[in-house]
Design a protein around this ligand. Structure first.
Ligand SMILES: Cc1cc2nc3c(=O)[nH]c(=O)nc-3n(C[C@H](O)[C@H](O)[C@H](O)COP(=O)(O)OP(=O)(O)OC[C@H]3O[C@@H](n4cnc5c(N)ncnc54)[C@H](O)[C@@H]3O)c2cc1C
Length: 392
């Protein structure tokens, strides 16, 4: 990729709503992404390989579970700080942000929220340093938007739980040391378990030939009569609601992250439009290109304000699942549309790895789908405002 010249757009001076600490955190992650992610990300995507060498840096910049209290290895940061970190990571690449989101929101969060003190002490500090990496298994081959239909089950055998089933489309699965797995008990209640690599009958298979999130490793989790020690059951995780609360935390990060990708596309397209001339004039001087750029910065600004407000509400404990759902949907849709328009502004150059736009655009096809599709999030808002569920 050409040199990373990113300059963050801030049309309505949203920075003035941030604290000095927020800005410092953002700058730290931004500089780290410029130094460590931008130079390697194009090759990682072309080769469809997660760059494992960045794990240590992600941990050192505090991107793994920054909201977890310091006594468990986190930094005890607020939700806006978390959002800004995800924005900067996804400005680099959605796959890198996905790894951090899964580790923080989908692995550390459930252990912190639903685990025993012993589980917290055993897993959280090593997850924060990246010495252990985790994944989150909810989706199954036959149950995506409707995870409540899951078929993965376990039987209580006294000392251990006998786990049987399979999960699909699991980020970080190919290299994860631990998996937070959602499975039904004998009564049909969804429970959360910590499954560890090395347990007999537990295997992970990498999903190949993706055209999206190529720098993120995705795979299946297969449980063939796995004996999970009883102490690996998350005692407080009971019912699908527990799994969905983890998704709330991750979706919140995605809302910020997707706008990071949009900001990168816009910034690239704006610079290119000013530098590239056709018919003896910069293409930025043509009305049709200005229209695209003007609409992009408008949508980015609206989403930045929505994210900031949501962050305030979340920090105060007042952000509902439906509010988070709206922000996730809006950010993904906005980012995808901006990536497509930016790609057009770059003409043929837009399809190359010289610029980040096509990579962002392909990544965002996953981001708009995972953690609830665009349709499902529309229906969540519909249900919230009408009181009537149209999807179940
Ligand atoms: C790269 C990647 C990484 C992922 N990582 C993880 C992970 O780490 N952990 C995990 O558990 N999962 C993960 N997922 C899975 C993801 O969450 C699911 O793909 C997503 O929830 C959608 O499920 P599905 O793909 O089975 O689509 P389906 O549920 O089969 O939906 C197909 C289409 O039907 C529509 N649809 C479904 N139901 C309705 C309805 N009631 N009304 C209207 N339309 C409907 C959907 O909107 C969609 O357009 C990942 C997916 C991808 C692509």
């Amino acid at each position: 990729m050409a040199q990373d010249l990113f300059q963050s757009p801030d049309y309505l001076l949203v920075d003035e709503l941030l604290t000095e600490e927020h800005k410092l955190i953002r700058e730290t992650v931004r500089q780290w992404v410029k130094k460590e992610i931008s130079p390697l990300i194009e090759a990682s995507c072309q080769q469809a390989e997660f760059p494992k060498q960045v794990i240590r840096g992600l941990a050192d910049t505090g991107c793994f579970g920054p909201f977890i209290p310091p006594k468990y290895g986190g930094a005890g940061m607020d939700d806006i700080a978390y959002g800004l970190m995800m924005q900067e990571l996804e400005r680099g690449d959605s796959g890198i942000r996905s790894t951090a989101s899964v580790q923080g929101s989908l692995v550390m969060f459930p252990i912190f929220r639903f685990g025993t003190e012993e589980q917290k002490q055993r897993f959280l500090p090593r997850l924060a340093t990246g010495d252990l990496m985790g994944c989150f298994g909810l989706t199954e081959p036959d149950h995506g938007s409707d995870p409540g239909g899951m078929e993965t089950r376990f039987e209580d055998k006294g000392d251990y739980l006998l786990l049987q089933g399979a999960k699909m489309w699991i980020s970080n699965a190919p290299f994860a040391d631990v998996a937070i797995v959602w499975a039904k008990d004998e009564q049909g209640t969804v429970r959360g378990l910590i499954v560890e690599r090395g347990m007999d009958g537990f295997s992970t298979v990498e999903t190949k030939r993706k055209w999206s999130l190529r720098a993120s490793a995705t795979g299946e989790l297969v449980f063939d009569q796995v004996h999970v020690p009883r102490e690996n059951l998350l005692p407080e995780a009971e019912g699908l609601r527990a799994a969905l609360s983890c998704l709330d935390s991750a979706r919140y990060g995605i809302a910020w992250g997707a706008i990071g990708a949009a900001m990168d596309c816009y910034d690239t397209a704006l610079r290119y439009a000013k530098e590239r001339s056709q018919f003896g004039r910069p293409i930025a001087s043509f009305q049709l290109q200005q229209k695209k750029l003007a609409e992009m910065i408008t949508e980015i600004t609206k989403a930045q304000l929505m994210n900031w407000r949501l962050g305030v509400l979340k920090t105060e404990g007042r952000a509902s699942a439906a509010m988070i759902s709206m922000a996730k949907r809006n950010a993904c849709q906005t980012a995808l549309s901006i990536a497509r328009d930016s790609r057009q502004i770059l003409g043929a150059m837009g399809i190359t790895g010289e610029y980040p736009i096509m990579r962002h655009m392909m990544n965002l096809e996953s981001v708009v789908t995972y953690e609830g599709t665009h349709d499902i999030h529309l229906l969540i808002t519909g249900q919230d405002i009408t009181g009537i569920s149209a999807f179940k």
